[in-house]
Write a protein that binds this ligand. Structure first.
Ligand SMILES: *Cc1c(COP(=O)(O)O)cnc(C)c1O
Length: 837
């Protein structure tokens, strides 16, 4: 409310701001939405508010885009099939510095801003870490004044909504646009044709050179929707441009001329299917034709747009690498490489060498996974049919590339086969990672260990040929969303102690290290955590009808469900704890609430079965009177950005337990530590770097190293050795296999045990079990000393500076993109609505 301590002139400026917000909100309700206080639904209220906020962004947005146009800096294009943005309202208000003003304004109208914030649908246009990384990067680029654009697809349906029915995952469509998306602006004029199918003809041009034309294609139009991306505490507002598929007019005419009206309309609808739905698979292959078309749709529309924008200021295309950097978020958009070649040669009439030089100096590729099954490969016949010109170009790239390999490594035919862009098995396939490496000047991994594995194991041949191309960019997260917005209690405590410089300079959290010994600070820290845990407990009670002990250790594993992430290992530990309590019901046990959340790909049977197992174990444990509130198992349905924002602040323990060498980086690990959780983890991905930053003594490390995993595999791994050697483990596996947790269907979980005992236990859960359980005992012991626990949690938070996505982006900017930050100008006050100038 009004700050009466301010001088009268500033009090009246505050009042003006409030009046302007109220006016803007009411005008949108009435004129944009056609509603009044009698007819407005809660969606109308939200949308009117969102429009009022968007107006504040649009002012800065137009200025920023005009400045980019005038100053013509190098532009960064971040191409990603996924942007897991989550909610926008609170983040926009935080970044614009208008949260309190809007809270007061809505309050004076009788609305609770927090209720409205919690009402927003997530924009769930991504599966998990990869999509969320793209979203964090957009926030950092805008905050740092880097002229960055996110390019993606405007899926009509994002990641499915997960319900749990009788313990099992059930998927529902995510109709996120149903109540309109107030943040986007449709750009009817930004339209590019994207071609499919057809055939290629060659002819000689006037100079006697062979030129190619791709004709008789079926064209789909890509239409742009733009979303403003505000930076924090700056005027910079960048753009996320998402493409939607629209049938082309030509397309309509062809079929209408055939005289079959219904067929014509059907075809039109089919062509618009391209942007209909996000594929819900994370780290598992999705060899579908529609997915392939989506990837090309993004690539083609974006490269056309990039060249169009470049041409507004330049005529010499050879300057593209000076003005454009394109970052490929995994191989998903890597058809952009042959598309750039096609446009430069067939449309712009450049020769191969010039086009190739421009392309390779413009593109950079980020690898996100080393799981062999997740490396994309597309059947050659897809390209033959759908992208015949691109297949020619890829073959030509490959021929020239293999000639280079021959020169580098004479007589090494094995190497030629391994490095070829074309895999020659019974079905010929294009290896998209090889295409991305050959067509880029930079290849980066996303954590130090991951990059080493890329160099030493996955892409060794390429590393030996082009060592200078490989580099590491450890992932990061934006502290604006993951601390300031998600955990205002902890953020406020930190700011009162060390100032608020950390919001744009996360290294300043180091100043907390001195406070880790300060009694008052420790107690304030504990109070914040307890408040956050109460809030999550309320959420659990409302959603799962389960009462949890707020004083218990909140032990959280929240992420996609995947064998390599080893949620199952966590379940084995939970059952072990249960058995120990049952064996000594009067014993002393440190109370735990084990919280799981995450989606399984709908076709991933074992991952879905693991969800059922978690819930089945929960049914037994949670209802056993011997256990009481010393152990509870919670599965929170529908993991998403907005749910994550509720879980991280309330967590005590962060489970980061993937088999060493399988998790490229992880970013959930960073969000937890930033929010004051201690980590139990393997030496995998960014866990290693987290350990380096917070100190070995402040993190719980267990299990094999990546090297030991390799070594054990080489020696020959037999999971049964562990089964027979460790009685508690044998007991747990027998219980699962014999139906202890599924008495009505005793065989239900047998496939889970089969995977471990009879199918090789690919992710070596049994080898790490004993070490994990022992490490969990250490965790429990430490929890008995709340002050020491809090001290270490504070030191974890203090060590998170490195994991800001601002640092990651600064490294991309310096090492890969060669761009500098533009000058960050101060925030404008309300401008257009200040009244007559
Ligand atoms: C951060 C985040 C992820 C990535 O989590 P990992 O633990 O790194 O796999 C996935 N989904 C959501 C919603 C996230 O916020």
């Amino acid at each position: 409310m009004m700050d009466e301590t301010l001088p009268p002139s500033e009090q009246s400026a505050e009042l003006d701001t409030l009046m302007l917000i109220i006016k803007s909100f009411l005008e949108h309700l009435e004129y944009t939405l056609g509603k009044d206080k009698y007819s407005a639904t809660r969606h109308d209220i939200f949308n009117a508010l969102a429009y009022a906020v968007r107006d504040r962004m649009v002012e800065r947005w137009l200025d920023t885009q005009q400045a980019y146009y005038n100053q013509d800096p190098k532009r960064i294009y971040y191409l990603s099939m996924e942007f897991l943005m989550g909610r926008t309202l609170e983040n926009s208000l935080v970044n614009l510095g208008l949260l309190d003003d809007f809270r007061d304004a809505m309050n004076s109208l009788g609305f609770d801003l927090d209720v409205l914030i919690d009402q927003e649908q997530d924009a769930g246009l991504g599966n998990g870490g990869l999509g969320r990384l793209a979203a964090c990067f957009l926030d950092s680029m805008a905050t740092m004044g880097i002229p960055g654009y996110g390019y993606g697809i405007r899926y009509e349906y994002g990641i499915f909504r997960q319900n749990i029915v009788d313990g099992a995952q059930v998927e529902y469509p995510d109709n996120w646009l149903r109540y309109r998306n107030p943040w986007e602006l449709d750009r009817q004029e930004h339209l590019h044709p994207v071609k499919f199918y057809g055939r290629v003809v060659e002819r000689k041009n006037a100079e006697g050179n062979t030129v190619f034309a791709w004709i008789d294609t079926e064209d789909v139009m890509a239409m742009a929707y733009d979303t403003p991306i505000p930076g924090f505490g700056t005027n910079s507002v960048n753009t996320m441009r998402l493409w939607t598929a629209k049938s082309s007019r030509d397309f309509d005419l062809t079929f209408f001329n055939e005289g079959n009206y219904i067929r014509a309309v059907e075809k039109k609808m089919l062509s618009e299917n391209i942007s209909k739905v996000l594929y819900p698979a994370d780290h598992i292959p999705e060899g579908k034709e529609l997915r392939f078309k989506q990837e090309y749709f993004l690539a083609s529309a974006t490269i056309q747009d990039v060249i169009y924008r470049f041409r507004k200021n330049h005529s010499d295309l050879r300057l593209i690498p000076d003005k454009v950097a394109i970052q490929l978020n995994d191989t998903h958009p890597s058809l952009a490489i042959p598309e750039m070649m096609r446009l430069l040669m067939d449309r712009e009439r450049l020769d191969w060498d010039t086009a190739w030089d421009i392309t390779t100096r413009t593109f950079a590729y980020t690898n996100h996974t080393i799981l062999p099954e997740a490396l994309e490969k597309w059947p050659v016949w897809f390209l033959e049919q759908i992208l015949p010109r691109h297949l020619q170009i890829i073959y030509e790239i490959n021929d020239r590339f293999l000639a280079q390999v021959r020169q580098h490594f004479p007589g090494d035919t094995g190497r030629l086969e391994r490095m070829s862009l074309v895999e020659e098995h019974w079905e010929r396939k294009i290896r998209m990672a090889h295409l991305a490496i050959v067509g880029s000047h930079s290849v980066n991994g996303v954590a130090a260990l991951h990059t080493e594995i890329l160099k030493e194991k996955v892409f060794t041949d390429f590393f030996e040929m082009w060592p200078e191309r490989f580099n590491n960019k450890t992932n990061g997260i934006t502290q604006r969303r993951w601390l300031k917005s998600a955990n205002p209690g902890q953020a406020g405590l930190i700011s009162r102690a060390i100032g608020d410089g950390w919001i744009t300079d996360l290294d300043q959290l180091r100043k907390l290290a001195d406070l880790a010994k300060d009694r008052d600070f420790i107690h304030a820290w504990q109070r914040v955590k307890q408040e956050n845990k109460k809030r999550l407990a309320d959420y659990i009670f409302r959603n799962n009808e389960l009462q949890v002990n707020v004083d218990s250790l909140f032990d959280c594993q929240v992420k996609r469900i995947h064998e390599y992430k080893r949620q199952l290992l966590n379940v084995l530990h939970v059952i072990t704890l249960y058995n120990r309590i049952k064996a000594a019901p009067a014993g002393d046990f440190v109370p735990r609430t084990v919280i799981f959340s995450g989606k399984a790909a709908p076709a991933y049977a074992l991952a879905k079965l693991i969800i059922r197992l978690i819930n089945a174990v929960g049914d037994v444990v949670n209802n056993d009177p011997d256990v009481g509130d010393r152990l509870k198992v919670v599965f929170l349905a529908n993991y998403s950005v907005s749910l994550a924002e509720k879980i991280f602040p309330a967590s005590d323990l962060s489970e980061q337990i993937s088999t060493a060498g399988t998790e490229a980086s992880g970013t959930g690990n960073m969000k937890f530590a930033l929010n004051g959780a201690l980590t139990i983890g393997t030496l995998d991905g960014a866990n290693i770097e987290i350990m380096e930053e917070v100190g070995r003594e402040n993190i719980f490390i267990f299990g094999m190293t990546a090297g030991e995993v390799d070594e054990l595999r080489r020696r020959g791994y037999d999971p049964r050795d562990y089964y027979h050697r460790i009685p508690e483990l044998k007991r747990v596996l027998d219980q699962i296999a014999e139906g202890f947790f599924s008495p009505a269907t005793p065989d239900l979980f047998r496939p889970v045990v089969d995977a471990l005992l009879n199918q090789g236990d690919n992710y070596m859960l049994l080898a790490d079990y004993a070490s994990y359980v022992a490490c969990q005992e250490e965790v429990s012991r430490l929890y008995l000393d709340p002050d020491e626990w809090a001290r270490r949690a504070i030191l974890n938070c203090a060590g998170m500076g490195k994991f800001s996505s601002d640092r990651t982006i600064a490294e991309y900017a310096r090492d890969i993109w060669g761009v500098e930050q533009m000058e960050v100008r101060p925030v404008l006050e309300f401008r257009k609505h200040d009244g007559p100038a």
